[in-house]
Ligand binder design. Structure first.
Ligand SMILES: NC(=O)C1=CN([C@@H]2O[C@H](COP(=O)(O)OP(=O)(O)OC[C@H]3O[C@@H](n4cnc5c(N)ncnc54)[C@H](OP(=O)(O)O)[C@@H]3O)[C@@H](O)[C@H]2O)C=CC1
Ligand SMILES: O=C(O)C1=N[C@H](C(=O)O)C[C@H](O)C1
Length: 272
């Protein structure tokens, strides 16, 4: 993948949120990118407030805005907002012919279809998780599911009390990887939580369990159990910088890429 030579102009959509702020803070330390806009919800109390007043002197010398100034250069748009705001972000990237990088979870099928259509016109990367550790865990999970076809698989995740969607997008991606490893459709084998007289666990089921509490940034375990043994893969995020760095790296790499649908594997390359 050819990288842009001069710093890539990046607009952040959802800039007031936990992830938006993490990206704005991480950008100055990450070479090859320049924040050109920080977009917040129209009506937000942050409209026209300088970023540096909220995020410190190292961040870009810009104000939060509710709309993109027509003069502002945007080569990549990074979106971490919510399903209700996602369509507007994608429309903006298409209008500007900018690369679209989104980590927003809880999207519906129509929104994923819109992403696929957009990829015919601009570079698009949607990932439920931008960390290196989860990219690796997706590979392990697919591989383990293939090697251990008869073992029971359960996916457990825990997040902070403010998370709006469940199970997490990452848990669903991990479930998808397991289903792919087994050559089955996830929708046919997924079970979300258990309660009451459930009966014995059906063979081949993939169970999802979502815990919520406190300020947990994101923890995921994929567990495979047989009668005699158990294998567990666990990833724990210690901060949001791991997601921010992944999204900024994707922006840098995709700004000069041809239209298409990209994944974190395209960005990170072969980890071996
Ligand atoms: N893929 C990954 O690696 C990761 C994905 N995520 C996902 O990213 C998303 C955001 O997470 P998080 O930052 O924790 O959530 P927050 O709720 O902290 O942030 C979302 C932000 O989007 C803002 N917003 C709402 N509507 C608009 C709009 N029309 N224009 C611009 N901004 C808008 C909200 O504004 P307001 O507060 O004013 O309503 C809020 O500040 C979630 O879907 C989450 O699951 C999170 C972490 C990592
Ligand atoms: O909302 C969050 O916080 C997170 N969401 C993503 C998800 O739904 O998988 C990724 C990460 O775990 C944090």
């Amino acid at each position: 993948m050819t990288e842009a030579v001069s710093p890539v102009s990046v607009a952040v959509h959802g800039a007031a949120g936990r992830m938006g702020q993490a990206i704005l803070r991480a950008a100055p330390g990450q070479g090859g990118v320049r924040i050109s806009a920080a977009l917040v919800r129209p009506g937000s109390g942050l409209v026209d407030v300088p970023l540096q007043r909220i995020l410190g002197a190292q961040t870009a010398d810009l104000e939060f805005r509710a709309a993109l100034d027509p003069e502002t250069e945007v080569q990549a748009l990074i979106d971490f907002s919510g399903p209700q705001a996602f369509d507007g972000a994608l429309a903006l990237a298409l209008e500007r012919r900018a690369a679209f990088i989104s980590g927003t979870t809880g999207l519906d099928e129509a929104q994923f279809a819109a992403l696929r259509r957009a990829a015919e016109r601009i570079p698009v990367l949607w990932a439920s998780n931008f960390s290196l550790g989860i990219a690796l865990m997706l590979r392990f999970s697919r591989m383990a599911a293939k090697v251990l076809p008869d073992w029971d698989c359960e996916i457990v995740e825990m997040h902070h009390r403010r998370k709006a969607d469940a199970p997490s997008g990452t848990a669903l991606s991990l479930g998808q990887a397991v289903a792919e490893g087994r050559g089955v459709g996830l929708a046919e084998v997924a079970a979300h939580g258990r309660s009451g007289q459930t009966g014995a666990r059906p063979a081949g089921q993939i169970g999802f369990h979502a815990l919520r509490g406190g300020d947990v940034i994101g923890e995921h375990t994929v567990l495979f159990a047989s009668e005699d043994e158990r294998v567990e893969f666990t990833h724990r995020a210690a901060n949001r910088d791991i997601f921010a760095r992944g999204a900024l790296l994707a922006a840098r790499r995709l700004a000069a890429a041809p239209p298409g649908s990209y994944g974190m594997d395209d960005i990170l390359g072969d980890c071996g």
